[in-house]
Design a protein around this ligand. Structure first.
Ligand SMILES: Cc1ncc(COP(=O)(O)O)c(C=O)c1O
Length: 437
């Protein structure tokens, strides 16, 4: 263990971790799709860290923008106008769909969702918010209450007024149906729950356009348009959590663009600055923005629109455009999709593969017929998933495992050779899963 690793072990509390079951490998550098440890071992970043380093590590244009802004002005309070904040808000408005034109800046994804809850409640005068069981919306109190997954119960009772429904998880359809002959029951059930809950009490429905950390559930094409209709019917705001799907991950600027749905609000973080400096945002429609023209917006943060973070965001968004990274995600996404099908055919432990753009999950099962998960959904698995990540690390590939899923979400700047290299390693290491059957 290096000195730095030992200091971390002694003094840093790691998030989502049993402290003494952690790797303390020291990482000292990165470039593009690669990063390396102190001993010089290089890793292909096949999950963009936590699905955030969308343009890769240490992009020179973004580094230059951060340095330039640091020389000019590191901080100014949110009640003054400042160039990076104004320019980034305009760029966000330009790329988000419809009339999502006004931005509240936050520090990350969870805070964006917490503030979106507040804005929705203030704007509608209603207090309930709806979300889905297998979604993840962040770890602050409001966001974790929206979250349905196993990270929520330790934070309960959470905030009041949250109602949860099931998502479109076609591989394990809650309703026992199979698309397309299912009548889209996963969407109709949302409508039914809204009726039972009294639609006039529901401010908003939070939706990850593609459910991310819980397994990359790409919805049937009619799902989001139907959810939009249902929300319209009852005056419920549709809030798209684009923290993971936003900024090109799915091969479109935003996840909702795949189905041409315009939400009333959008939350974002990760790919906005891809984590070089933390930043999040809540983007609201003109109607919601105008509501606060003559009413107090009861939300606030000391660092709302931090100049260094916003300068990072401006440079990052320019890189997406200049380097055509969204097109690259869409094009290589097709290669990824085809290769995942081959992997599924070759490995009996692979129950399902799902992908859209450069956003994919491989779902591992003990038995294809019963679909019993290879590792539990609601708990850490020290077994075969750990062995698979160890095997990948040994081959110089970092690929994020969670429960019985393996996530493939490389930087959108990846090239065909790097993609092939990572997929070959995944293919080889999945033999460990087959052997565990
Ligand atoms: C869809 C989604 N929303 C919100 C969050 C929380 O973002 P943060 O960790 O920046 O608070 C995440 C993080 O993974 C996410 O995937």
């Amino acid at each position: 263990m290096s000195d730095i690793s030992a200091l971390e072990r002694r003094h840093v509390l790691r998030s989502w971790a049993v402290q003494n079951k952690n790797s303390y490998e020291e990482i000292v550098g990165g470039e593009g799709c690669w990063f390396w440890n102190k001993a010089g071992k290089k890793y292909l970043d096949f999950s963009s860290q936590l699905v955030n380093t969308n343009i890769g590590h240490q992009h020179p244009k973004v580094i230059a923008a951060i340095k330039e802004q640091a020389d000019k002005l590191c901080f100014i309070a949110p009640f003054y106008a400042s160039e990076p904040r104004a320019r980034l808000a305009e760029l966000i408005a330009r790329h988000t769909p419809g009339d999502l034109n006004k931005v509240l800046f936050t520090l990350g994804g969870a805070e964006s969702n917490d503030n979106a809850i507040k804005i929705a409640r203030q704007y509608t005068g209603r207090f309930k918010v709806m979300a889905r069981y297998r979604s993840y919306h962040g770890a602050t109190y409001g966001a974790i209450t929206l979250t349905g997954d196993p990270r929520r119960p330790p934070a309960e009772p959470g905030i009041p007024g949250v109602v949860r429904v099931f998502e479109p998880y076609c591989y394990r359809c809650t309703f026992g149906k199979a698309y397309p002959g299912c009548g889209l029951e996963c969407a109709e059930h949302v409508r039914e729950v809204m009726l039972y809950e009294d639609p006039k009490s529901i401010a908003a429905f939070f939706v990850e356009p593609v459910t991310g950390t819980n397994g990359v559930f790409v919805p049937p094409p009619e799902y989001l348009p139907r959810i939009r209709e249902i929300c319209n019917e009852f005056g419920v705001l549709l809030i798209a959590d684009e923290v993971m799907t936003g900024w090109g991950r799915t091969g479109q600027w935003f996840g909702v663009d795949n189905w041409k749905v315009v939400p009333d609000m959008m939350t974002m973080a990760k790919g906005l600055t891809q984590g070089y400096i933390p930043l999040g945002a809540v983007v609201v429609s003109d109607k919601i923005g105008q509501y606060f023209d003559d009413k107090m917006l009861w939300c606030g943060l000391t660092y709302s629109g931090h100049p260094l973070a916003c300068a990072t965001g401006v440079a990052t968004v320019q890189v997406y455009s200049e380097e055509k990274l969204i097109d690259n995600a869409a094009n290589l996404g097709e290669v990824l999709k085809q290769r995942l099908q081959q992997i599924k055919e070759q490995h009996p432990a692979v129950g399902d593969v799902r992908s859209i753009g450069l956003f994919a999950a491989i779902e591992l099962v003990k038995d294809r017929k019963t679909k019993e998960a290879l590792a539990p959904w609601n708990g850490p698995d020290p077994g075969v998933m750990g062995q698979i990540s160890g095997c990948l690390a040994g081959k110089g590939v970092y690929c994020y495992p969670r429960w019985n899923y393996l996530f493939i979400a490389p930087p959108l700047s990846i090239n065909a050779e790097e993609l092939e290299l990572g997929l070959n390693a995944v293919d080889e290491c999945l033999e460990l899963a087959d052997r565990a059957l």
